[in-house]
Design a protein around this ligand. Sequence first.
Ligand code: ADP
Ligand code: MG
Length: 597
Amino acid sequence: MPIRILAPEVASQIAAGEVVERPASVVKELVENALDAAGRAVSVTVREAGRKLIEVADDGNGIPAPELSLAIERHATSKLQNANDLFQIDTLGFRGEALASIGSVSRLTITSRSANSVSGARIRVEAGLAGPVEPIGAPQGTVVRVEDLFYNVPARLKFLKQDTTERRAIDGLLSRYALAYPQIRFRFISDATPVLQTSGDGDRRAILASLYGVEVAKQMLEVLAEEDDPTTGLMRLTGYISPAALTRSNRKEITFFINGRWISDTPLTQAVLQAYHTLLMVGRYPLTALFLQIDPQEVDVNVHPAKAEVRFTNQDRVFSFVQRSVRRALLAYSPVPAMPPTQNLWGGGQSSGFSGQFSGGGEPGIGLEWGIAHDNVNAESRAQNDESGTVPQGDIQHSVFSNLPLLRLVGQIGAAYLVAEGPDGLYLIDQHAAHERVLFEKLMNQRAHQAVPSQALLTPQVVHLPPASASLLQEQLPVLRKFGFEVEPFGPGTFQVRAMPALFTGSDPALALRALVEDFEEDEAPLQTEIEAKIAGRVCKRLAVKAGQALSPEEQRALLDNLEACESPRTCPHGRPTMIHLAVDVLERQFGRKGAR
Ligand code: ADP
Ligand code: MG
């Protein structure tokens, strides 16, 4: 083929691909435009996860009618005049690409009235072809309506994820912008359901509470740091970070805004993690919402069309400032890095201490040959590795049999382990992991017989969840019902728990619901059967007895009996060992009664 210049619509579709990847990227561009236009209220409406409709309305400056047809041209912007301005950017937009890109892959309608004109105007663009500008009555501000996104780019359409995933991406984005701009009133409506609403009164902690629930918001620590660095000039870091005890299993809740711009992939995330160094368990990450203000000259935002990455002129300085500021806030509030019992039990304190000794592989620190009773570490539990980074692997001897011999209970030690004697030696049992296994098998058994007994709560409990979690939970309600949970939507982001599985009588319903949604990965879309096992596993993990809880002899006995009755008593549902077995011959060798080491 000879070389040819691409037809303009092809070229613009290619370019659009860099800016508009999915519905959430459209929402991002339009919300940024609304913020640049100094809107006080931004309202986002979405239908079918944005495939059908994305509408962003603001009460900002508006676009004068004569400029409407320019606004949709590529490289047309009111925010930049010359190349020097690129290093002084104080608006979110500057590339003049978003509206043109969106217009080339959807049916776009812009209706706007600028501050000093008496009537509004409207323009429509379909697959990049603009119609005439028509006068129309409109309130001051701008409404951008994007219909049938990617209708003319079937390849893009094919790459979109499930609606739930796309919706979650939008939820996550808007939650973050709401946090970043507490003085702006945000409203988000998805398929006629209000999902997010902020008051615009500037109270960030209130927004945190509506996103993560009051308990989480109460625990979050405030960061307020300023430094006039000789090289970089004034830097200011504000926002909230979680205390060391409040964590997630992934980095997705580490949110960073730099000069009002959400940067999803910043080296500063590493600075935050370093600030938490030694305070967090392996595989756990903090929640943060941090906002860095820095001289625009110090940041290059023009790295990527989606403007989601930045480069710093003096990266080391910024990095160190962020790391120190976060660390200081962290230590100021919790001088002694303490883990509350709820965190300790699961891969925490004691058990990671243990595995620390195991991880030496062939040379355990205490000179014993520990055999870990460790049978069915299945594929599913390996997939959970994010959480189980400390599960000892490698030199572990895998038992071939899975049923337990009859055990005689000796007692409890450290309020965390049961000690038992079997015909073949000593057993140390992790009470939390064991209880988790017991609950899990009982629940799955009842489920298999379609008979999970349910226990109505005396007073139904209302639980509030952040938008992304709420939509996740909403999808899982039918599954939850099968497990004996009676949960009903109770207003935006709010659910009412009316009944729980009888197995969990007395446990905190809010804890159970949160366990279901908080650690779900964005792209998790497992098969139905996997969902059930996963859901059961999560709830059991959260509601099982904790390390640090003293058990009465009857409770110890019952736990042991129940464990013996399990099909796979040697691991918890997530694949961690429930017990350590010290065989008789190991004891004999250790005491020099048999053979030589
Ligand atoms: P950019 O934001 O990079 O300038 P866009 O394509 O997003 O490019 O927008 C083009 C221009 O249209 C903007 O520079 C701005 O002047 C105008 N514009 C877009 N959205 C709005 C809005 N919501 N309110 C006022 N003006 C807007
Ligand atoms: Mg823009």
